[in-house]
Design a protein around this ligand. Structure first.
Ligand SMILES: [Zn+2]
Length: 297
């Protein structure tokens, strides 16, 4: 039974801070059929029309971020990490798989969208299965690493998803999840300043996490949390009155400044400064997305 305080309401759409789930989500939830239809056929066509071209324009920046994730897998992994098996759930255009392969990993993707599945096979020649985790036979293969970025907020049963992932990991295997960080102090300040609650987008985003609820979910799903961080707190720009919510040109500009910031630290050999800085943001609960790594208990 989903029950909790209403933290967002617009017409019939509600987001509750669900006591039994331990995280906030849309209530009532849509049916699985409605949801599957949306992602299998329409997502990249209707919602993310320029997704693939935008993605390629940011190719190097994504690759930089993916290298960081792979570095953390390696750091947390006890033995030699080359030749290990990685699964990417929601592999999208396939670049993460490509970067993982270049790092010596045997990489497989799962991608429910037919468009993204075909794109990743043609563009990056990746090994990808056009299915969902829920439909996958989990008894066949075990992995050392599982990565799932920006998936958990879209699905009906995050705990079921993580539990199934646990069952597909080898003993001591690692899972990395990235989700939006929502209802943060920065977002709340922006609401006080009169901006709408832009981060709530029901149907696309069913679930809304913060560090505490994500940590709890990991713990409940059979993981020991090993590492936490955040991505760049882009919403700080709103506090500088750079309103990227209502102006695509400002949005492009803010994104490009964030990229420059990260590239400049990287190319001057200060990638670890970036990690420490974001880790300090993370301790304050600030950062656009949450990054969490857990080890199978
Ligand atoms: Zn619930």
């Amino acid at each position: 039974m989903h029950k909790g305080n209403i933290i967002y309401q617009e017409g019939k759409v509600r987001v509750i801070d669900c006591k039994s789930c331990g995280f906030a989500h849309v209530n009532p939830l849509p049916s699985l059929n409605e949801l599957n239809d949306f992602y299998e056929k329409r997502f990249y066509k209707d919602v993310k029309t320029s997704y693939f071209s935008d993605y390629e324009r940011d190719h190097d920046w994504w690759a930089l971020n993916y290298e960081d994730i792979l570095k953390t897998f390696k750091k947390l992994s006890s033995s030699k990490s080359s030749g290990k098996k990685l699964l990417d759930i929601g592999s999208g255009p396939g670049l993460f798989l490509d970067v993982a392969r270049k790092n010596g990993l045997e990489a497989t993707g799962i991608e429910p969208s037919k468009d993204a599945f075909e794109y990743s096979r043609n563009k990056y020649k990746c090994k990808v299965l056009n299915t969902t985790l829920e439909e996958l036979d989990s008894s066949k293969e075990k992995f050392d690493f599982i990565h799932s970025s920006l998936v958990l907020e879209h699905i009906l049963d995050p705990q079921g998803f993580l539990k199934k992932s646990t069952s597909m990991l080898k003993k001591g295997g690692l899972m990395c999840v990235i989700v939006p960080n929502d209802f943060t102090i920065i977002q709340k300040i922006n609401v006080i300043l009169g901006r709408r609650m832009w981060w709530v987008s029901p149907f696309e985003h069913l679930n809304y996490f913060n560090q505490k609820s994500l940590r709890k979910l990991f713990d409940r799903s059979g993981f020991k949390v090993e590492y936490e961080n955040v991505t760049f707190p882009i919403d700080l720009f709103l506090l500088m009155d750079q309103n990227y919510l209502d102006d695509p040109a400002t949005g492009k500009n803010c994104h490009s400044m964030r990229k420059s910031f990260e590239f400049n630290l990287q190319k001057t050999g200060n990638g670890d400064l970036r990690e420490k800085l974001y880790s300090a943001f993370s301790k304050l609960g600030i950062g656009r997305e949450l990054i969490i790594f857990g080890r199978k208990k």
